[in-house]
Write a protein that binds this ligand. Sequence first.
Ligand code: FES
Length: 120
Amino acid sequence: MPIIRFVREDKDVECKPGENLREVALREGMQLYGLKGQLGNCGGCGQCITCFVAIEGETAPGALSPRTAVEEARLKRRPDNWRLACQTLVQSSVIVLTRPQVSLGNSKARLEAARAQNLP
Ligand code: FES
């Protein structure tokens, strides 16, 4: 079973292969949305562009589904490792930073620590 390592929350979560990243994050109580998304989001339709995550590591190529056409259109000016959680299916273990637009204290050390621990 894939593990999603949420860096900001310092939590590993198991999911089924092919599960939707947004649904797993919300089910596990992660704060996926910034203020705008908390006030209103599209519910996972790929329209509000508020469910950003950064993929900070993966155990294998193809750990996540390819970017959808919605993401290609909506993430043009964002870093290459950003995804819309609602458009992303998890196939194998990954390291995820929620709300990458919000600063993460001691981010370099926390990302290094997350990558240093083995993922199944
Ligand atoms: S929840 Fe609206 S774009 Fe992902």
